[in-house]
Design a protein around this ligand. Structure first.
Ligand code: SF4
Ligand code: MG
Length: 336
């Protein structure tokens, strides 16, 4: 499948009063046309910042890119001017956040908020705007659209508000929609409906989706391929099948065990593995997971692991794949 987005060795940090935070440390992955890519990891692993980097949403300064490329349709986002970035953010890429209440304007009717995005877009007359707003509300499964159109956000349920946010993200018919924990604040039934809606939209519109989540259940339900992040780095990536059934990284395994172990309540922060994620003011020089990994060897503390390719799609950054490493359940003999 054709590449839509490609991150190559992206390094992004930001200055704070406490010092420099190394938030994204040499991250590489791609998103193909029409696919759903999951980015999974605990809170603070760098997944949201990575997503924001794709659209350059973080103010620069205090944030700054130290290296890498972010190619969207072959064009480097890091070299775009203001005008190109505006087209990228409101046009080519849509964004859906966790909490629709903070992104919707409480003083504006729902219809007007959707229309606002249409207004000013080339080729849409004022008359057409309402028609288009109602059309997109129907597309995202809002019933009784004439009534909803006139309501304010507080008159809508959480699920309905998230549908409105998705409608807004889709107005420009983006080729990529980035969803950052879009269902974390919703109860399970509504969550299922929103995830189904996103799947349906991918089918209908061919939109690529990046699904950022701490919830492997969401990944299992939605994603074609998965990127596992930890300590600002990608530690494993592969097809959803490979990540679940041929797990090659101890951190991924820890995430997986935590579902079975914790029976996590909705919205609860995932704390699957003993210990806490690394301090990104002083990132560890070796493997980011070394302090918590039960398999850690001396080499892990000193040297960042090589990238081992296990199949066309499946890659892991872990010393356990090294030919001299002891045999464990993670070692895949065919590692190349
Ligand atoms: Fe554990 Fe070492 Fe692999 Fe890191 S590189 S996950 S510390 S075994
Ligand atoms: Mg986040």
């Amino acid at each position: 499948k054709e590449k839509l987005l490609e991150l190559k060795n992206v390094v992004y940090s930001f200055h704070t009063y406490g010092g420099e935070v190394k938030a994204v440390r040499d991250v590489s992955f791609e998103v193909r046309k029409g696919e759903i890519l999951g980015i999974v990891g605990e809170s603070g692993c760098g997944k949201s910042v990575t997503a924001q980097c794709i659209m350059r949403l973080n103010p620069e300064p205090p944030g700054f890119f130290e290296g890498g490329e972010i190619l969207f349709n072959g064009k480097d986002v890091l070299k775009m001017d203001k005008k190109e970035l505006r087209q990228l953010r409101g046009g080519d890429i849509g964004f859906v956040f966790q909490d629709p209440m903070t992104s919707l304007n409480p003083t504006m009717r729902v219809g007007a908020q959707i229309e606002e995005v249409f207004i000013g877009r080339a080729g849409v007359s004022k008359k057409e705007v309402k028609e288009k707003a109602l059309e997109i509300m129907k597309l995202v499964g809002i019933s009784d659209v004439e009534k909803r159109y006139r309501q304010y956000p507080h008159e809508l349920s959480g699920g309905m508000k998230q549908r409105v946010m998705i409608a807004i993200a889709l107005v420009s018919r983006p080729s990529l929609v980035i969803c950052d924990e879009p269902t974390t604040s919703l109860d399970v039934t509504i969550e299922a409906q929103i995830l189904d809606l996103l799947l349906e939209l991918r089918e209908k519109l061919g939109t690529s989706i990046i699904m950022i989540t701490h919830d492997l259940g969401v990944i299992a339900r939605m994603c074609d391929r998965v990127v596992v992040m930890y300590g600002g780095k990608v530690v494993e990536q592969g097809t959803a099948q490979e990540i679940f059934y041929n797990t090659a990284h101890p951190y991924t395994k820890g995430l997986m065990d935590s579902i079975a172990k914790l029976d996590t309540k909705k919205g609860e922060r995932l704390k699957p593995i003993e210990g806490t994620p690394p301090d990104l003011f002083f990132p560890p020089k070796g493997c980011p997971f070394a302090a918590r990994c039960e398999y850690a060897m001396d080499v892990c503390k000193e040297n960042p692991p090589y990238k081992y390719r296990l199949s066309e799609e499946h890659v892991t950054n872990c010393w356990l794949q090294h030919e001299f490493a002891p045999d464990t359940e993670f070692k895949k003999e065919e590692a190349v």
